[in-house]
Design a binder for this molecule. Structure first.
Ligand code: FAD
Length: 497
């Protein structure tokens, strides 16, 4: 009677709580352990999952399968077209394998939580056991409460409580034990076919072209070994300087670990532990400034997951506060403006550089994400949800909680948002965070020969002819006027607060 671990966004063998517990139970009872992964095209469709993210997941599965096979653990991969049928299919597989115990790590998106509940009920009604554990956050949702006993909606006091919680109870980020190798004799009890499951092709609508495959596979090598070595390299070369350079998109100063945290090749606990260790920090208030600031960024990921658990309707296309739903988004030319934004042809060099980086790499620097999100929602007054979906459809690290959180912050419509009257000036952002225009020149080749300050605003700073000849568009809106229009629209619903 094998024990099953149901993999989802936890595609790793190390520091995986559900898997580690499943392994322990299997060992204690001298029974085999089986990994299960269900490919669900409808879930990818519902979450607007980007083809580049699907490709990373499928490649990660192939490596996970090899890693597990070395431990005599099969990974059974199966596609279920109708996502409603997933829980029943898992029950059927358990019956076929004569398995009685299912393990999984909790996922907090509403559809996933509902599925988890259904699985627990089905298991109970069929005399099977299911163990679901918290794994994806360093501090599980529900552990922290504000003074009034509610879920925090403001980051700063939440972060204080988060750190304190970790300091009070080191175990909350205790690393899960490594899983044990299953003996040949025990794994030999399993049908051989279990070791032979194939990695499917990406479903229709989620496939990359050959050129994209090559490009993205170089940028985002898959699997937990790659992720761990990226983490080590970051800690060794960039962690201590992180606080100084993290806001400069051209500096390559951040970890670029988000795709691995999103697919679960790495756990949040492991990254915090490794960074503490490499920074010689005895606690989260120690070590270098770079270390402390980096941990506070990793904490944002936890924060937005906690927020999602507290207010799940934000994942259902609803704004955090009902008032935000009545912002009068622009109707005139909004499709054309949105299209220009998606293709990086707004005439605002920093915005265009970022949007082209997204199409090229499936990833964008955090500062650039904030600039383009502010630009779409405020300068173009286009409904932020269109931008949020576009991001999901192109990001290799697309994550429901962080993406909605980031858009809510930048568009001033989310939990703990940037005040609505702080409208980023895209030219100022460009001068501050790309002072030499290195980022712009990398992504906007039309402007590569423009020198000096004109790079930030070619049409108004003496480089109009060059920009025009190179085919670079003129600004599609005038920032000053757009800012006023945005303030009026926002004030109508938010300013009265
Ligand atoms: P580092 O600076 O090295 O940070 C380390 C890790 O901390 C990241 O890998 C990430 O897991 C976490 N982190 C850092 N900043 C944030 C943040 N502001 N919010 C949440 N987690 C954070 N992040 C995603 O993982 N998926 C998304 O879909 C996503 N969408 C975003 C949309 C918008 C509009 C904005 C403004 C931000 C979004 N972010 C998202 C957050 C952030 O931009 C990325 O996590 C970060 O750029 C990843 O780069 P990195 O791994 O080099 O980060």
């Amino acid at each position: 009677s094998p024990v099953i671990h149901y993999f989802k966004s936890d595609l790793r063998t190390k520091d995986n709580r559900g898997l580690s517990q499943a392994s322990k139970l299997a060992q204690e009872n001298d029974v085999p352990l089986v990994g299960l992964y269900i490919v669900s095209p409808q879930d990818w469709e519902a979450h607007n999952t980007a083809p580049v993210r699907v490709d990373l997941v499928l490649r990660t599965l192939s490596i996970l399968k090899e890693d597990l096979a070395k431990l005599n653990i099969p990974l059974w991969i199966e596609t279920v077209e109708d996502r409603k049928k997933i829980p029943r299919r898992i029950m059927e597989l358990m019956d076929k394998w004569k398995a009685r115990h299912l393990f999984a790590n909790l996922e907090y998106e509403p559809d996933e939580l509902r599925r988890e509940t259904k699985l627990v009920r089905l298991c109970a009604s069929q005399g099977k056991a299911m163990t679901v554990v918290h794994d994806t956050c360093a501090v599980p949702p529900g552990e922290l409460e504000s003074g009034s006993g509610k879920q925090y909606s403001v980051y700063t006091p939440w972060f204080r409580a988060w750190k304190q919680h970790i300091h009070d109870d080191e175990d909350v980020i205790g690393i899960a034990d490594n899983i044990a190798k299953v003996s040949d004799k025990i794994s030999g009890q399993l049908p051989k076919e279990l070791f032979k499951s194939l990695i499917p092709q990406a479903p229709k609508g989620k496939r990359l072209t050959d050129e994209e495959k090559e490009r993205f596979r170089d940028l985002w090598p898959a699997g937990e070994h790659q992720a761990l070595s990226r983490l080590e390299q970051f800690c060794e070369t960039r962690l201590s300087e992180y606080a100084d350079n993290r806001d400069i998109p051209s500096a390559g100063a951040t970890s670029s670990l988000s795709p691995y945290l999103a697919s679960g090749s790495l756990s949040a606990r492991t990254v915090i532990h490794t960074a503490s260790d490499r920074a010689n920090a005895s606690n989260l208030n120690g070590g270098s400034n770079g270390f402390r600031v980096w941990v506070s960024e990793v904490a944002w990921r936890d924060f937005y997951k906690h927020v999602l658990v507290g207010w799940p309707y934000i994942a259902m296309n609803k704004p955090f506060k009902a008032d935000y739903a009545s912002i009068a988004w622009a109707t005139e030319d909004s499709d054309a403006k949105f299209e220009a934004w998606t293709q990086g042809r707004t005439g605002y060099p920093m915005v265009d550089a970022a949007m082209r980086q997204l199409l090229n790499e499936g990833w964008v620097h955090n500062r650039s994400r904030m600039v383009v999100a502010s630009f779409l929602s405020k300068d173009l007054l286009v409904d932020w949800r269109r931008g949020e979906q576009w991001f999901m459809r192109h990001l290799v690290d697309g994550d429901v909680a962080s993406n909605i959180g980031g858009w809510g912050f930048s568009a001033s419509v989310g939990v703990d948002p940037q005040p609505y009257f702080r409208v980023f000036n895209p030219y100022r952002q460009s001068e501050r965070f790309d002072p030499d225009g290195e980022y712009i020149r990398k992504w906007v080749p039309e402007l590569v020969n423009i020198e000096g300050n004109a790079i930030h605003e070619p049409y108004a700073r003496g480089a109009a002819d060059e920009a025009r000849q190179a085919g670079y568009p003129e600004p599609i809106v005038v920032h000053k006027e757009a800012r006023e229009a945005a303030l009026t629209a926002y004030k109508r619903v938010l300013g009265k607060e």
